[in-house]
Structure formats: structure tokens, C-alpha cells
Ligand binder design. Structure first.
Ligand code: CLF
Ligand code: SF4
Length: 469
């Protein structure tokens, strides 16, 4: 069994090889643009952009820009010189870091001097690092030449609507050309600027990812249309991010609800025929450091970096990347071996996997903070999304409010046929079994594709009875 076989489910291993050579080179080590790369390569963000020029109703301005971050996160603000020092430090300490993004804490293009000065310094001192920018799009058109000139090859635009009516329910105002616009006037300008900015990026050969914050009762009806439209305009990827309720936001005061995992899955399925979707986004902080899903920011605070003496060594980094590629090749080959011949019966099942690193089955059911949901069939393995849960065991202090937490987890996994984890305790096994979910802990510490392939062979194709102790 191999990775995703669908042409439209993100840029997995197979898709990477079907891309034109120049595009493949640009995405193969970008952890956000290639689902495969995110297991091997890291990104970092530098929080140099404090101001914002619009207001989103899901944003509380005390925190980082919610267009790429989880709400309620505050990043340590840096000036460009501090930022570049941090980049060089991380690049030597975490050589698999290949991309530096600026994604806040406000909007990078509402702070053009700080943003571009930072990129200039990185380009000068570490030209092997990819540059990435995430913006609300209002000022994108004004800076296309600069973006292209600096070789910023990856731009994310957050686009949440196609109609002015919907956009005006998301954005109460924008600040544009020294004036504040409100209501539909603001929505009209912003939408035009976002789509025109997308067009200009594509015309200039910049790879565009579109982020959309999915708020079912506000823009749920337009997500599919956004997918279609951005695809037709040449965007490379669409990242449909679930709206996460943030403290003190307008949407929270209005009682607007986040999507359920099922609503998210449903909307992804609707959009997939139109567009390649990013499904592995982790809604990072504006100062995130490390592999997606891990945050090593605390190792590189301003104080710690200020004391370091850094000798940037591109040769060392190159050697490390060659080693990573050798490893990657081995894993790729191992996956190919798992391909099973097309089976006459092609049952699709959803399986939840507990993993600490998105690579191995190495997390216990009770301590998992999230489950990785996969669709498995004889055609292959398709990653669907992550589902956050509350761990019901905290090491030796077991089961704080365990019953309710377990119920909540079961509700979140109710559409899955099985849970695969490194270990599953008696109590959850019992409850999972009663809910008709198989408990599988015999594949502990195997790679996720291997565990899923073995599960499928043994329990779906051969319909062997699952041993639930
Ligand atoms: Fe950062 Fe964004 Fe560039 Fe990636 S993040 S600026 S494209 S380097 Fe990635 Fe983080 Fe999701 Fe963003 S997982 S929030 S999509
Ligand atoms: Fe907040 Fe980002 Fe929207 Fe600005 S663009 S209001 S920082 S979510």
C-alpha cells in the first residue's frame, strides 16, 4: 500500500513525482506545500510584523494573526536584526529547517519595511533558505515586484469568501489608503485586492497557497466556490482551516460555533475534486520553530539567541539534507513494497492513529492529544486530518474527569472503524468496543503506513476477528 493515490488530496509522495521538475524542486522540501516533506523538514516563523490593516471577526488583536495561528497565542516580537540572528541559530541547530515564514503577529504587508528588511537579511546571509509569506492580501498587489525580486517563492493569501455579503460578515473594517472603510465597501475592496493579488502572484511565477478559515454558519456555503475559483486562477494549494473559537473575538461574543470534525471532512470532500488540499496544517504560532506540530520556540528566545555566537555553515546544512534525502528514499522504497495488488473488493475504512510525531504508531490512547485520521482502501492510504482530543490520562495521575473525556473522544472518533495506538488501556478498550470501534495495539512502533497496510490486510480484506483483551 502506498501514500495517497488521489490526484487531488494534497501533495503527497506520488503527486510530488508527477509535478513539473521546477515546481517539484520548489515544494519537495517545503513542509507546508508538500505533505510528504513535513515528516522530514522544518519551518520557522519570525514574528517581526506587529500591525494589521484589517479586522477579522475571529481575531482578538491581543494575540497572533488567526489566519495562520491558533487563537490565544502571543509571540515574542523581534526587530529584523534579531530575527535574522535567530534564523541563523535555528538553521545550525535544526539543519532540517528549510523555510522561514513571516506570518504575523499582525499582517506582514501592513509592516512592509520590517518584513522586507528581514527577508533581505536572510537572503544575504542564508541564501539556501526558502522564504515564505502569509498575508490577508490587502497590500499584496503593491509589493509584488519586491516579493519577486527577493525570491519569495511561496505566498499564502487568506481568502474567506467569494461574495461581498459573506465577506462583510467576516470583516467589519479595513484600513486602506489612509482611510477606514466599513461594511460592504470594505468587503468589496478587500475581496478585489485578494483575488487580484492572487492573479498577480501566479503571473509572476509565485506559488500561492490559499488559506480559508471555515466558519460553517458564515462562509460554509462559499467554501466550494472559493476552491473552484482559486484553482481556476492558478493557486497551488487550498488549506481549509477550521475556525477555532478565540477568547474575546466578535464571533465568540456572537456565539458563532466552530465546525465539527465531520463538517470539516465533508467540506474537504466537496472541495477535493476541484483543488489540491493541504490537510496537514497545524495552525502554527507567528514564532513557531521546528517540524509542523512541534514547537521548539522556547529553545530560541530572544535572550538565548542574543548570547549565541553563530557560524553559519551552508555546507554542513547541505550534507544534512543529503542524509535526509537518503532516509526519505529508503522510506519511499519501503512504502512501495507495501503496495498490495488491486483487490477486487475495495472497502474504504476510516482509521484513527495515535502518534507523537506523525511518523510512527508511538502514542498511547490515553495520552494522545490528537488522532490522525486516515482513509484506507486497497488503492492506498489517504490522510484526512487531525482531530484534537483531551488526553484522559496524565502519566501516573490517571483519568481526571476520565469518563466525560472518554465520551468526548469517542464522539470524535465515532465514524472510524478502528483506533491504532501503541497501547490502549482496559477501560477505553471496553468503551471503544461497545461503540463498535476496533482497538488495535499490535502494530506499536511500526511506521504509520506499514501499520495501516497490515491492519487493512488483516482485518478488512481478511476480515479476521480483532482480539480485544
Ligand atoms: Fe509558515 Fe505558512 Fe509559510 Fe508554512 S506555516 S508562512 S506556508 S512556512 Fe504551514 Fe503553519 Fe499551517 Fe501555515 S502548518 S499555519 S500552512
Ligand atoms: Fe487578525 Fe490576522 Fe485578521 Fe489581522 S489579518 S485581523 S491579525 S486574523
Amino acid at each position: 500500500m502506498s501514500g495517497c493515490h488521489s490526484k487531488k488530496c494534497g501533495i503527497g509522495t506520488d503527486e510530488l513525482f508527477s509535478l513539473p521538475e521546477d515546481i517539484r524542486k520548489r515544494v519537495e522540501d517545503h513542509p507546508c506545500y508538500s505533505q510528504d516533506a513535513h515528516h522530514f523538514y522544518a519551518r520557522m516563523h519570525v514574528a517581526v510584523a506587529p500591525a494589521c490593516n484589517i479586522q477579522c471577526n475571529y481575531c482578538n488583536r491581543k494575540y497572533d494573526c488567526a489566519n495562520e495561528s491558533r487563537p490565544g497565542v502571543v509571540s515574542e516580537l523581534l526587530i529584523p536584526e534579531e530575527a535574522v540572528k535567530k534564523v541563523l541559530a535555528v538553521a545550525m541547530e535544526i539543519p532540517q529547517m528549510t523555510v522561514v515564514g513571516i506570518a504575523g503577529p499582525g499582517d506582514p504587508l501592513a509592516n512592509p519595511n520590517r518584513t522586507f528588511r528581514t527577508f533581505e537579511l536572510i537572503k544575504e546571509k542564508a541564501p539556501d533558505i526558502k522564504l515564505c509569506l502569509s498575508t490577508n492580501g490587502l497590500r499584496l498587489l503593491d509589493h509584488i515586484e519586491k516579493i519577486k525580486g527577493l525570491g519569495i517563492d511561496h505566498v499564502t493569501i487568506t481568502i474567506n469568501a467569494v461574495s461581498i455579503k459573506t465577506a462583510s460578515r467576516i470583516y467589519p473594517w479595513i484600513f486602506y489608503n489612509h482611510r477606514r472603510y466599513r461594511g460592504s465597501e470594505a468587503a468589496k475592496i478587500l475581496l478585489e485586492r485578494q483575488y487580484d493579488g492572487l492573479k498577480a502572484c501566479v503571473e509572476n511565477g509565485i506559488l500561492v497557497k490559499v488559506n480559508t478559515v471555515f466558519v460553517p454558519e458564515i462562509n460554509g456555503e462559499e467554501i466550494e466556490e472559493i476552491s473552484r475559483r482559486v484553482r481556476s486562477m492558478g493557486a497551488f494549494l487550498h488549506n481549509i482551516m477550521p475556525y477555532v473559537e478565540g477568547e474575546g473575538t466578535a464571533f465568540q461574543r456572537m456565539g458563532v460555533k466552530p465546525p465539527t470534525p465531520y463538517q470539516l471532512k465533508e467540506i474537504q470532500e466537496k472541495c477535493e475534486p476541484h483543488m489540491s488540499l493541504m490537510r496537514h496544517c497545524r495552525q502554527c504560532r507567528a514564532d513557531a520553530v521546528g517540524l509542523l506540530g512541534e514547537d521548539r520556540g522556547q529553545e530560541f528566545t530572544k535572550d538565548k539567541v542574543a548570547k549565541l555566537e553563530i557560524r553559519y555553515d551552508p555546507e554542513f546544512r547541505k550534507t544534512m539534507h543529503e542524509e535526509i534525502e537518503k532516509e526519505r528514499e529508503k522510506i519511499r522504497k519501503a512504502r512501495e513494497v507495501l503496495i498490495s495488488p488491486a483487490h477486487e473488493e475495495d472497502f474504504k475504512v476510516l482509521v484513527a492513529v495515535a502518534s507523537k510525531n506523525s511518523m510512527l504508531v508511538n502514542e498511547h490512547f490515553g495520552t494522545a492529544k490528537e488522532f490522525l485520521i486516515y482513509e484506507v482502501s486497497s488503492r492506498g492510504i489517504k490522510f484526512i486530518h487531525h482531530r484534537k482530543v483531551t488526553p484522559y490520562c496524565h502519566g501516573s495521575i490517571s483519568c481526571l474527569d476520565g469518563e466525560n473525556i472518554l465520551k468526548d473522544t469517542l464522539a470524535k472518533l465515532s465514524d472510524c472503524q478502528a483506533v491504532i495506538a501503541a497501547k490502549i488501556g482496559f477501560e477505553p478498550k471496553d468503551l471503544l468496543k461497545k461503540s463498535g470501534i476496533q482497538c488495535v495495539d499490535e502494530f506499536a512502533y511500526l511506521s504509520i503506513p506499514e501499520a495501516l497496510a497490515k491492519y487493512y490486510e488483516k482485518y478488512v480484506l481478511n476480515k479476521e476477528r480483532v482480539e480485544v483483551i
